[in-house]
Design a protein around this ligand. Structure first.
Ligand code: 5GP
Ligand code: MN
Length: 338
């Protein structure tokens, strides 16, 4: 964030504002951690602030401080519209384009509230008055910490705020192992622990609260895995029928895609998950090294994200999607075998 932006934000926040904070659709730990952490911070400043999520999110995030006050746009449209109609400032966190909030886009577009974007995804759109966009950042939660630091207010970080920010940094860095994890990330995490984030408890709440059916679904996913050594690629499919059989709940497939990358010599991993209700195959893509899944998802599957973690979708059937993927992959043989 440059000095002019910091001055603008300071000036906006020097007045009482009605603030709405929005994560991307299907928010993950980073999106919710950033929204709840920022919301706690702004309330601590005496501002009126609310988090409005485009839709529901997994149970393993519902213990987070402030969770009970989140308004779900899909389930509580009246509350959501009332907050948006009053809003003087709208923060959009952990996404780079308003299309990432799904049907909530129409509710946000054209409002004359001041938009402030804080995000680490590539190719940000230009809709915000202030855009703090930095693709080198590990997570939006790391950026919220920086944002609070730019305002000279790290002393106001409470244990609850620290807990939310720690959660997002932890989930978006794969527990501090992805390439974007810097020494500065670790310094911030250390500060958050000093401020009261209970690191052991946060890991337990997010990763060690599985249901038996989720582990059984993981078993199905792993046995469905297809390994293509000549492309250094592994992919998993899960049909709606398989999800239903194992009592699928939102978030149950989180992290499944990463198993492909634990195979020696595999650098490109995907999971294709059928969603009959939305009529799409949702795709998660991961890579290690220089192969950009952001580019791959953008070019072929109407998606995007980061170089090493991206998402996309397909309107075709599962079989057609896989056939198409296999065709596309043929053009990447040399790129995947540098
Ligand atoms: P995931 O695979 O965990 O859903 O998402 C991985 C990354 O890609 C996240 O940073 C997420 O925000 C982004 N992402 C997921 N789905 C999409 C999509 O459909 N479009 C775009 N542009 N980004 C996505
Ligand atoms: Mn993120």
């Amino acid at each position: 964030m440059n000095l002019a932006d910091i001055t603008t934000v300071k000036s906006i926040l020097s007045q009482p504002q009605k603030i709405v904070i929005v994560p991307h659709k299907n928010p993950d730990g980073d999106a919710m951690g950033a929204c709840l952490g920022l919301c706690g911070f702004l309330k601590g400043m005496g501002q009126t602030a609310h988090v409005v999520s485009p839709n529901d999110y997994p149970k393993f995030l519902k213990w987070m401080p402030g969770n009970d006050e989140v308004v779900n746009f899909e389930w509580q449209p009246q509350e959501a519209y009332a907050l948006l109609d009053e809003a003087t400032v709208i923060f959009t966190l952990d996404f780079n384009d308003l299309s990432r909030i799904g049907s909530m886009e129409a509710a946000l577009k054209g409002r004359d509230a001041e938009f402030i974007m804080i995000d680490h995804h590539q190719q940000p759109s230009d809709y915000a008055k202030v855009a703090y966009s930095d693709v080198t950042m590990s997570s939006t939660c790391e950026m919220i910490y920086n944002f609070i630091e730019f305002l000279g207010q790290t002393n106001s970080i409470t244990a609850d705020i620290a807990t939310n920010l720690y959660t997002g940094i932890m989930t978006d860095t794969g527990s501090f192992k992805y390439r974007s994890t810097s020494s500065n990330t670790h310094r911030i995490v250390a500060n958050l622990i000093d401020k009261g984030a209970d690191n052991m408890e946060i890991h337990r709440q997010v990763f060690d609260t599985n249901s038996p059916s989720r582990l059984h679904l993981l078993g199905v996913a792993l046995s469905n895995m297809v390994i293509l050594p000549e492309y250094r690629t592994a992919y998993i499919t899960l049909t709606q029928e398989e999800l239903d059989q194992y009592d699928f709940k939102k978030g149950d497939t989180e992290g499944f895609v990463n198993y492909g990358l634990t195979l020696e010599d595999i650098i490109f991993a995907l999971i294709f998950i059928e969603n009959k209700e939305e009529g799409i195959i949702k795709i998660s893509l991961r890579s290690v090294g220089d192969f950009s899944v952001n580019q791959f998802a953008r070019e072929h599957f109407d998606g995007g994200g980061h170089d090493n973690a991206a998402g996309g979708k397909s309107d075709l059937s599962m079989q057609e999607t896989i056939d198409r993927f296999n065709e596309i992959l043929k053009n990447y043989k040399s790129e995947l075998n540098p």
